[in-house]
Design a protein around this ligand. Structure first.
Ligand SMILES: Cc1ncc(CN)c(N)n1
Length: 220
């Protein structure tokens, strides 16, 4: 069985829970309160600024120059495509640069990015790809599922269009293939650790919707 299939199956419960989370279904039918989406955009801009750094760490840890170049291109694309989308949403939602700059990330945003940094700093490129892949792949599957949804809120329509498109699909497939290639070459202990990173990131993806939906705060 391809390693990508194995990890996808291991994380299936979290993925199914994401598909039906009210944050996701609320984007599709337009019932998601805008203040939850605003909370998401603020914390996701923080998340993506960490994510681009982790992709760049993947470039630094790659064994060959073509992979260095591709991982760096992925970091660039996070900046150009996703963070610029958030810049547009921020303007529409009245999020100021000052508010973004002084944000203290919510507990889940902080924990998820810390998990990614840990995998990246302690592991090899395979650890990094395994940890970041749910971020690509889950959003693509959600984008696909939500194609055809016509929420009244234009921001939600734009969000759906961004993740269901062909450009994003190619990036996802490239990283799935990279994961499978690396998994063939490493030890079973490496594969177990990589599977664990994938499952943990999938759990955090679910929690990230929930964090935004409930506008999660630090308890003290
Ligand atoms: C938390 C999270 N996960 C994934 C994505 C899609 N790259 C995102 N923007 N934010």
């Amino acid at each position: 069985m391809l390693f990508s299939k194995r990890v996808r199956e291991a994380a299936n419960a979290s993925w199914e829970a994401s598909f039906t989370h009210p944050f996701v279904t609320g984007i599709a039918d337009g019932t998601l309160p805008l203040d939850s989406f605003r909370f998401y955009v603020l914390n996701d801009a923080y998340y993506l600024s960490c994510f681009a750094r982790i992709q760049a760490l993947g470039a630094a840890k790659a064994d060959d120059l073509p992979t260095v170049s591709r991982m760096a291109a992925h970091a660039q694309s996070t900046y150009e495509a996703e963070l610029s989308l958030h810049a547009k949403f921020s303007a529409l939602l009245g999020i100021t640069e000052e508010e973004q700059r002084t944000l203290r990330p919510a507990p889940t945003a902080y924990a998820y990015t810390s998990h990614l940094f840990r995998a990246a700093y302690t592991g090899h490129l395979g650890d990094i790809i395994a940890a970041i892949l749910p971020c690509y792949w889950l959003y693509y599957e959600i984008g696909e599922r939500l194609q055809g949804a016509q929420p009244d809120e234009p921001i939600y329509r734009e969000w759906i269009a961004a993740y269901g498109g062909d450009g994003f699909k190619q990036l996802v497939q490239e990283q799935v293939d990279r994961l499978d290639e690396i998994a063939e070459k490493v030890t079973e202990a490496d594969r177990e650790r990589m599977l664990d990173h994938f499952v943990t990131s999938s759990r955090y993806e679910y929690q990230f919707w929930d964090m935004a939906y409930r506008k999660e705060q630090w308890p003290v």
